[in-house]
Design a protein around this ligand. Structure first.
Ligand code: C5P
Ligand code: MG
Length: 286
């Protein structure tokens, strides 16, 4: 067994099953493995020094390009809809239209702010965005072993890319599926491109990207990293899947949500701000 799986943050419904999946993946070889990861609150930290860390959206919400009035409105949206997002007493079907409402309203507000593309790098540099401890090792290790990493995010692609670029880990094996900004000829935000990706339609997003999964069809063993129950469908586009190991970060409302996370993720990392466990698993598999 991997020693890190005995860390105090690790919870598993069925450790024996985890062991079997890991052994099957090891036997198949690392050239059959791909990693699919969520971004916000999965690759990035939930909190640092007792203070919440921003999501891609929050990086923009709080930046100097946004008027104070708009900041207030965005904050109000967050205060309204985030509690719904993490409410374990409501079903996904019940939450889904409300999540669409949140994303749509927030994107409308952002578009009104005439955000300039060439200032995004500064906004990210000035933000409190923080990748989880061990990120460098994870990204570099995957790159060195030629293992594809798909970052599948309902955040904002342009911001997400900037975060990993500035961290020096946007390697060629990284592919991003997310909401991308659409800028006019003068580089001002005018809309968001394509189909909206929100927290509960990652399955549909995956099925729209058949080319990517077709290219990776020999990679039938998947390591999935997420922090929301909506992230569980990120691998739905994978072809001929043989094994999947699902790792879920449980960051908030731990007591209420622990059982549902244990029921759906193979490994649950409770209030673990590091990538120690995913790194140990990658080391084992390569
Ligand atoms: O990368 P990921 O798929 O995790 O991005 C989605 C996250 O962004 C959600 O967990 C949600 O809390 C957050 N969000 C936000 N502001 C919005 C919409 C979503 O902070 N306007
Ligand atoms: Mg997330």
């Amino acid at each position: 067994m991997i020693p890190q799986l005995t860390n105090s943050s690790v919870c598993m419904r069925d450790p024996q099953r985890v062991q079997e999946i890991l052994e099957a993946m090891l036997k198949a070889g690392s050239n059959t493995v791909q990693v699919i990861s969520d971004f916000d609150m999965t690759l990035t930290r939930f909190a640092y020094n007792g203070k919440r860390c921003p999501t891609c959206h929050n990086i923009l919400d709080n930046c100097k390009l946004i008027s104070n009035d708009c900041k207030e409105e965005l904050k109000e949206l967050l205060n309204t809809y985030y509690p719904i997002e993490i409410d374990s007493s409501r079903s996904i079907a019940d939450k889904l239209p409300l999540m669409v409402e949140w994303w749509t309203k927030a994107h409308e507000l952002l578009v009104q702010q005439k955000i300039k593309k060439d200032l995004l790098a500064i906004v990210v540099r000035d933000s409190d965005a923080r990748l989880r401890d061990g990120y460098q090792l994870l990204f570099d290790h995957l790159y060195e072993h030629k293992i594809p990493l798909l970052i599948f995010s309902a955040g904002i692609g342009d911001i997400l890319e900037e975060v990993i670029r500035q961290a020096g880990v946007f390697h060629p094996n990284v592919k991003v599926i997310s909401n991308y900004m659409d800028f006019d000829e003068s580089g001002v935000l005018r809309a968001f491109k394509g189909e909206l990706i929100h927290i509960y339609n990652k399955r549909e997003g995956a099925l729209l990207n058949t080319d990517h999964f077709q290219e990776l069809r020999t990679r039938t063993n998947v390591l999935l990293l997420g922090d929301s129950l909506g992230d569980l469908t990120m691998a739905d586009g994978v072809q001929d899947m043989e094994n999947i190991l699902k790792i879920g970060f449980l960051n908030d409302k731990v007591d209420e949500r622990k059982q549902s996370y244990l029921d759906s993720y193979d490994i649950v990392l409770v209030k673990d701000e590091t990538l120690e466990v995913p790194n140990a698993i990658m080391r084992y598999l390569t």
